[in-house]
Design a protein. Structure first.
Length: 245
């Protein structure tokens, strides 16, 4: 069952003569993380957390119910929800919404994809609180909020084009999600159930990944996925081991 928790703020900031507060939705499947975020943001008089959600369905429902200024979300959510797909869905319905990704996933793997999906910022969960607060205000101002390291990657990408250092670049966002789930030991039927897609669709993703990654068999794909998942879990930025698979 999805969880949708609306938090009530002041009845009317404008009526009291105060500066309008930016209304924020938190989307993360960890209650303690949401509590910490809400506590942190409550100390900023210009920000107001109005709701918490733990999956894509409830996030979209709240976005449709009342106006919001920004969304802070994770990549992986409850119910097999994909944060990248959620970003696209939100922007298709509300093009002016500001989206900041706050995730434990390695920025070298996901940040470029999140920005391509339409997010305006990407912050790792291990970042300092001041970094996170600065990123929120940067995104609300309509600018891009990323780390210095990612800034350099964006410049390199703009100058050189492509993702030559990213062996998974040919994969779609959904294929990458399937790859990581394979690497975590999930069978095709489990992946289909978690993502809400047909078993045949998962098998099609597997075949496409083998073709795109130049892998000859399902066994090679499994080895690749396990190695990739291990590297992502440990925050490794260099994945040259894949050349040996």
């Amino acid at each position: 069952m999805s969880r949708h928790n609306t938090l009530r703020g002041p009845a009317s900031d404008n009526a009291s003569g105060h500066t309008k507060r930016s209304r924020i939705l938190l989307v993360d499947d960890h209650p303690l993380l949401r509590l910490g975020l809400r506590t942190l943001l409550s100390k900023d008089s210009s920000l107001q957390v109005v709701a918490e959600c733990e999956d894509a369905r409830s996030a979209l429902a709240h976005l449709r119910a009342e106006p919001l200024d920004a969304v802070i979300l994770d990549i992986t959510l409850n119910g097999g929800s994909d944060g990248l797909e959620l970003i696209k869905s939100m922007l298709s319905e509300h093009p002016k919404i500001h989206i900041l990704v706050l995730s434990a996933h390695d920025e070298n793997l996901y940040a470029m994809r999140a920005l391509a999906a339409g997010a305006q910022g990407y912050v790792m969960k291990g970042a300092a609180t001041e970094t996170l607060k600065a990123a929120i205000h940067t995104v609300l101002s309509g600018q891009i909020a990323v780390s210095k390291h990612l800034e350099q990657r964006l410049v390199h990408h703009a100058v050189c084009g492509g993702h030559r250092s990213d062996p998974a670049a040919p994969l779609s966002d959904r294929e990458l999600e399937v790859l990581l789930r394979i690497g975590k030991g999930q069978a095709s039927c489990e992946i289909a159930s978690a993502l809400g897609i047909a078993l045949k669709t998962v098998e099609t993703h597997r075949a496409n990944m083998r073709r795109k990654l130049l892998l000859k068999s399902g066994a090679q794909l499994l080895r690749y996925a396990v190695a990739w998942s291990h590297a992502e879990d440990h925050g490794q930025t260099q994945r040259t081991m894949f050349a040996r698979l």
